[in-house]
Design a protein. Sequence first.
Length: 127
Amino acid sequence: MVSYEATTEAVTVTVRPAYLDGKSQPLARRFVFGYEVQIANAGAQEVQLLRRRWQIRDADGGVQEVQGEGVVGQQPVLAPGEAHTYRSFCVLPTFGGSMEGDYLMQRADGARFRAEIPRFFLRAMAN
């Protein structure tokens, strides 16, 4: 499985996408892609994930922006050296595309920053 990684201010985001053949319906233009995200805090302070922002592109050039609080209903707090992993999915009308974005993080001292979610590619049958 291919993985993609980006580090911002000691927070590393690693993404591993996969095509979900059993949930997809290619003839109906419904391609389902799952992805696992690990967010690791290598910094000296506790950080909390407050919000997410995604940009999802399909192979036809369509772009969808998704924003919201936390990830899968959680706003995880990561102590130094800790990591949080979650799984989610997206549905595209094409055989491939890409996703990228960022997480709004807050340190224990109240300082905020955006941790990059690296651009990763979604390809039917190729992950």
